[in-house]
Every structure is written in C-alpha cells, then in structure tokens.
Design a protein around this ligand. Structure first.
Ligand SMILES: *Cc1c(COP(=O)(O)O)cnc(C)c1O
Length: 427
C-alpha cells in the first residue's frame, strides 16, 4: 500500500495486498505451526538469522497482516497484536522497564491500566508516579527520577475524557531521554495519530472501536521507529546490549531503531508470556477496521448530539465531552483531533450515585455493560464497576466522580438515543 493513501483507504485495504489469484480477504492461518524441510532452515529462524513463521505464539501471518494495517494507520514502522489491551500496555512498559525502574504516568487513565501499574507492576519492582493531566511543566519535570524509563498517557482518557497535552508530555519525556507511550484506544488513528504529536509508542485495546462490534478482546503495540534507544544505552540495556536468550543478538544493531522495540517484545516477551491474539480474532478486528473511518464519524456525531442534549437538561449536573464547544478539554481536542474525538460522553445525574444508577436502570436502548466504544450504545457506572478498586482520593485523581455515568454512543440514530435518555431522566 502506498503511504500516501488516505486514512479511509488504509482502513479498507491496508496491511494485505493479494497477489494474482490469491484470496481477496485476509486468509485465516488457523495453524499453530509451520512446516520446514530441514532442521537447519528452522534453526536460522530460532537464531533470528532468517525471518519466517514457525510457531503461532511468536508470529502468525493473519496477525501480521492486521498488525501491518494498524501500523500503516498509525504511521509507524512496526507493530504487533496482543491478546488484550491490558497485555499491550504491560508489554509496552515491561519491554523497557524492570525491577528498580520508574515510570511517569498521567493519573487520568483506564482503571484496569491504573491497577496494572499501581498494584501488579509495582509488585514486580517498577514504581509509578502519577501526575495530573493538567499539571504544570515544572510539576511534570519534578516527577522524573534518574531511573525513569517511560512516560505514559491516554489520548482521550477512559472514562475521564481528558485530552492528553501531547506537547507538554512529549517534550518532558524527550528532555529526560525516555519515550512517550500513548494509549490511543478512544481516539483511534482515524481521529488522532499520536506519532504526529511526539509520541514514540502507541498502544490499543482493539476490543473497542477497532473491533467495534463487541466480538473479540485484543490489543496492539505500534512503534513510531523514531525513538533512538542507542542514544541512551545505559538506560535501555535490553535493546542496546546482547540478549543471552538469543545467542547474543543486540536488537538495535540487528533490527535498527525502526524494528528493535517490536522485535524484542515479540521474540522475548511474547515467547515467554504468550499473550497472543488468535488468528480468528485478528480476522474479526480486521473486519471492524474496514469500516472504522465510517463508524468513527457516526460515533462522534452521536456523541456531540447527546452531549448537547444533556448540557441543557435540568436533571444533569455536568457534562464532559471533549468535542463540545465550551468543554474545558475542547481547546486541546481541537488542537489534536480537529475532525472528531470519540463517541463517549461522561455526565453526572442530579442526585449523585443513587440517581445515576436509577437512571441507567431505566434506559431501554442503551445497555448496562462493562464495555465501551461499540456499535451498540452502552453505559457504565465506573465508580461501582471498572474503578471500584479505587478509594475516593484515587477516584478524584482519575477524574471519576461517584455520580459519573459513562455513556458510549453507538452508531444508531441520534434521535433514538436522545429519546431513550430523555425518558430515563423523567421522574
Ligand atoms: C479497555 C481499555 C484497556 C484494556 O483493554 P482490554 O482489551 O480490555 O484488555 C486499556 N486502555 C483503554 C483506554 C481501554 O479503554
């Protein structure tokens, strides 16, 4: 695929170009293993001296086609699929940080990611400092330590819907010689390409808009190929010094700065942790991506229509939608996502936690689900679901108030979504 194709063309045709007489749609290689004629042919693959497939835990052609499409959409140099968004964020950090290291993250992130960082990775000896998304440059600067290995944020935070100030976070990361890792799940590459704003690594929960139909859990990591690890060999020894588990290969030397990060994450972390995407699920993600550009427009139109309706409703105490003029995230959203943000609207129902839960119980079209960013409208009360492990201070730092309803507009007709909300807000 030519790089200059528009985003919609890449959504439809990127990643896979069939040859003469080959399948038009991406074939599903439903095979755990691949046949070789001689043992020495296979040995070269194990030594990373030749590229090819030998076992689906490491690589599978179906997954690689889909990863290649997402890599083209993000404008990166290499990408990989993972079994979930959780695995993607874990791998992205663990690929460059280990026991004794430190990471700076915004506090406004997905609850599952917060738990991964603050509890599970902390137990693995990695410390995280959480900074407010609207911290000053000085406050951000002060969060770094000599052992800091990365900065993490979400383009549009789930569910707080704050927009990442890319300039502020990218310049702080680069000043301290570490990459900016951005979870681009909510914006998708249709609305924001973080590499154009200074991010170095992008992650996704493909479970959300990329799949878009609620059929398969998955994740992805994409490398921009721009971060020069070799400038900081002491900070990133895993990429810049020989790996004993691969006969002394040095990833940056063998695969260049364009390929080192994803190769290491594939042949080392995927080999050892095995959090793979199944080829069947990769196929579903690809089907979703074929209409991503069409669906995102509709999700955003519906999000804006619902946000405008809620804004004027007497039973609604506050509305947060980064695409809504007047919203305190609007300026940042316009700067980084001028053509749209996402379909998720957060708001508070008058009467707090109990009123929020009562409202949700009355909805007919919008289903209560632990899900978001789906073709079907759904909603969730984060304080009693995804974020229920957090205490009130942590909830406040994550931008989640007890009355917050996360309303994920699908691609139905806006009038029907608004009518459903209106009847559920009636006494
Ligand atoms: C859902 C989500 C995740 C976790 O992804 P899974 O596919 O559920 O593991 C990570 N980040 C964000 C922003 C999400 O919305």
């Amino acid at each position: 695929m030519a790089n200059k194709s528009g985003i919609g063309t890449t959504c439809v045709q990127g990643g896979y170009t069939p040859g003469n007489g080959e399948p038009r749609q991406i074939p599903i290689y439903q095979s755990t293993t691949f046949k070789y004629v001689t043992s020495s042919d296979m040995g070269k693959l194990f030594d990373l001296e030749a590229s090819g497939y030998f076992y689906t835990r490491l690589q599978n052609p179906t997954n690689d086609y889909v990863a290649a499409k997402l890599t083209e959409l993000e404008g990166g140099t290499a990408g990989m699929l993972t079994s979930s968004g959780q695995a993607a964020n874990f791998f992205a950090i663990f690929n460059i940080a280990g026991v004794g290291d430190h990471v700076v993250s915004t506090s406004s992130i997905y609850g599952g990611t917060y738990n991964l960082f603050a509890v599970t990775m902390k137990r693995m000896g990695i410390d995280f400092t959480f900074v407010s998304p609207d911290c000053t440059a000085e406050e951000l600067d002060a969060a770094f330590r000599p052992n800091t290995k990365a900065v993490f944020g979400e383009t549009i935070a789930n569910p707080a819907l704050t927009v990442l100030d890319f300039d502020k976070f990218a310049s702080a990361a680069h000043k301290h010689g570490v990459p900016l890792i951005v979870d681009n799940t909510f914006a998708t590459p249709v609305n924001c390409r973080p590499f154009e704003h200074g991010a170095d690594i992008v992650t996704h929960s493909t479970t959300k808009y990329l799949d878009g139909h609620g059929v398969s859990v998955g994740g992805a990591i994409i490398d921009s190929g721009k971060f020069d690890w070799t400038q900081y060999p002491d900070k990133f020894p895993g990429l810049c010094t020989p790996d004993d588990s691969y006969h002394g290969v040095t990833y940056t030397e063998r695969f260049g700065i364009e390929g080192a990060f994803i190769t290491k994450a594939t042949v080392q972390l995927m080999r050892d942790f095995g959090a793979i995407q199944s080829p069947q699920h990769a196929f579903y993600i690809n089907l979703g991506m074929e209409s991503l550009h069409v669906r995102m427009k509709r999700h955003c139109d519906n999000g804006l229509a619902v946000a405008k309706f809620l804004q004027n409703h007497p039973k609604v105490t506050w509305v947060r939608y980064p695409g809504l003029p007047g919203d305190d995230q609007y300026e940042l959203a316009q700067k980084y996502m001028p053509s749209g943000t996402c379909g998720v609207v957060s708001f508070g129902v008058k009467g707090g936690r109990a009123a929020a839960e009562a409202f949700m119980g009355k909805l007919k079209l919008a289903a209560i689900e632990t899900h978001v960013a789906d073709a079907r409208t759904c909603c969730l009360h984060p304080a009693s679901a995804t974020h229920r492990q957090m205490n009130d201070d942590e909830l406040a730092a994550a931008g989640v108030s007890p009355d917050l309803v996360r309303f994920s507009c699908g691609i139905e007709d806006a009038e029907d979504l608004i009518a459903d909300i209106a009847q559920a807000l009636e006494d």
